[in-house]
Design a protein around this ligand. Structure first.
Ligand code: AMP
Ligand code: ZN
Length: 465
């Protein structure tokens, strides 16, 4: 497998730190609002990376955080007159709903910055001890000039950055030794959440969060660190400076960055008014369509969001799902028989094409093209006369490739509320008629689907397990 590494600006063969295992960290969203479709791009893409590694039999430890302490969260909390945690908890819950709709699997661990403050204090202390950080009046800064490799990820030169920034010093930051030094710990301001620390009450800077959460859940060295390309500088550059200065080891071996999502060929921004949340899109489309749309382009190419492209994605996805379901139906009633070697070879060649695309820096666009070829082959080859071995082979391969891309092909097995309520009513009628066998049968049938019943004075109440 080859991965384009932002650090070396080359495609490199993937060699894990530990054979058969992948340790991967992806910066998650700051939770002060519903996530927008730009945020959805890294979520969907890196979820697919994880799925493909698993398909290749790697055990993946995938960590992706929520940044739940930040200026924007605090501002929103002040506007609403509530605690910051009310805002962050609300939008974490909303984000999880959107992720589920996009079939983005929850990470192995999803740490929250506010739950990891001890680790941050510890790493900041280490940096101070090693001379990589200094405190002035309750603020701790990272001493950029002490870290010789500063700029290695973004390719920026510290002297250029410094001259560009000298005039940009914000009031209150005159105390910095160098304009490029960045904040590790900032003192508390009135009305803001704070924690006790050796430097007084305050809260951590954004960059230190990821260094600490990555270290805690994945160890000092990881295989892959990912995020959108806007994070290369300063966020990831600063993460490297913190983690490598603290541990003395290389932090992440591969750095992967997705390009931006634009709208109507313009940068998506609130001020331009061309801004969609994932929730907006869910009103018009199944979020599966959004997922498929995102994967239809290579992750390092900018992707333009437009109504036409979403329609095209919807049609493409329908074509795939319809084909898989047709093969599933034919497979359920196919008569026993052999799979002829030529058909097997043709299917294998397309699976191989899919793998080659994905092995080449996760080229999902070409991977989808191979899947479309497989769909076409299935539509022309698999018929009512096909043997069970043939239908099963197509079914299995098509389902597997769909799973790697996170395309759901099965009809939802979840029961609708109306179906549940109808069954409960039938059960009540059966009980009144003293048909307890039928009543118990319905209770069991519902239990199997994870529906729990509770008899109360007001009648039967139900809940999903
Ligand atoms: P944020 O909540 O701004 O920290 O962003 C969370 C993630 O979404 C980061 O990996 C960003 O790089 C990514 N991101 C934000 N906007 C876009 C966009 N328009 N296109 C692609 N990725 C984005
Ligand atoms: Zn981060």
């Amino acid at each position: 497998m080859k991965i384009y590494n932002t650090l070396t600006r080359k495609k490199e063969e993937f060699i894990p730190l530990e054979s058969g295992k992948v340790r991967m960290y992806v910066c998650g969203p700051t939770v002060y609002n519903l996530i927008h479709i730009g945020n959805a791009r890294p979520m969907i893409f890196f979820d697919t990376v994880r799925r493909y590694f698993e398909y290749r039999h790697y055990k993946v430890n995938y960590v992706s955080n929520f940044t739940d302490v930040d200026d924007k969260i605090i501002k929103k909390a002040q506007e609403e007159g509530v605690e910051a945690s009310v805002i962050s908890e609300r939008y974490i819950a909303e984000c999880r709903k959107d992720m589920e709709g996009m079939n983005v699997r929850p990470a192995t661990t999803t740490p929250l910055a506010t739950q990891e403050i001890d680790g941050m204090i510890e790493m900041i202390s280490t940096l101070i001890e090693k001379g990589f950080a200094y405190e002035v009046d309750g603020t701790v800064y990272y001493r950029v000039r002490k870290f010789a490799d500063y700029g290695k990820l973004s390719g920026k030169n510290l002297d250029d950055l410094r001259s560009g920034n000298r005039t940009l010093l914000v009031t209150g930051e005159e105390q910095k030794e160098d304009p490029m030094d960045f904040v590790l710990w900032k003192p508390k301001k009135e009305g803001e959440p704070y924690w006790e620390s050796p430097w007084g009450k305050g809260r951590p800077g954004w960059h230190i969060e990821c260094s600490v959460m990555s270290k805690k859940y994945l160890g000092e060295q990881i295989d892959i660190h990912g995020g959108g390309e806007d994070l290369i500088f300063p966020h990831h550059e600063n993460e490297i400076a913190q983690s490598e200065a603290a541990s003395g080891k290389e932090f992440s071996h591969y750095w992967m960055h997705n390009a931006f999502l634009n709208i109507d060929n313009k940068k998506m921004s609130k001020s331009l008014g061309n801004f969609f949340t994932v929730r907006d899109i869910s009103e018009k489309y199944d979020l599966q369509v959004l997922r498929f749309f995102m994967l239809s382009a290579h992750y390092r190419s900018p992707l333009n969001f437009s109504a036409e492209l979403m329609e095209a994605a919807k049609n493409g996805l329908d074509r795939i799902v319809t084909a898989v379901r047709r093969v599933e139906e034919l497979d359920a009633k196919a008569a026993p028989g052999e799979l002829d070697p030529e058909t097997k070879e043709a299917v294998d060649a397309l699976v191989c094409k899919f793998e080659e695309a994905m092995d080449d820096d996760f080229n999902t666009a070409d991977g989808i093209a191979a899947l479309f070829e497989l769909v076409k082959l299935a539509n022309t080859t698999v018929t009512e006369e096909s043997s069970a071995a043939c239908t099963a082979y197509f079914r299995e391969k098509m389902q597997t490739l769909c799973q790697v891309l996170g395309i759901i092909t099965t009809v939802s097995e979840e029961m609708l509320d109306e179906e549940i309520e109808a069954l409960i009513e039938e059960r009540q009628t059966a009980r009144k008629a003293k048909n307890f066998a039928r009543a118990d049968e319905i209770r069991d049938q519902l239990a199997e689907k994870g529906i729990l019943l509770k008899d109360t004075r007001e009648g039967v109440k139900w809940s999903r397990a």
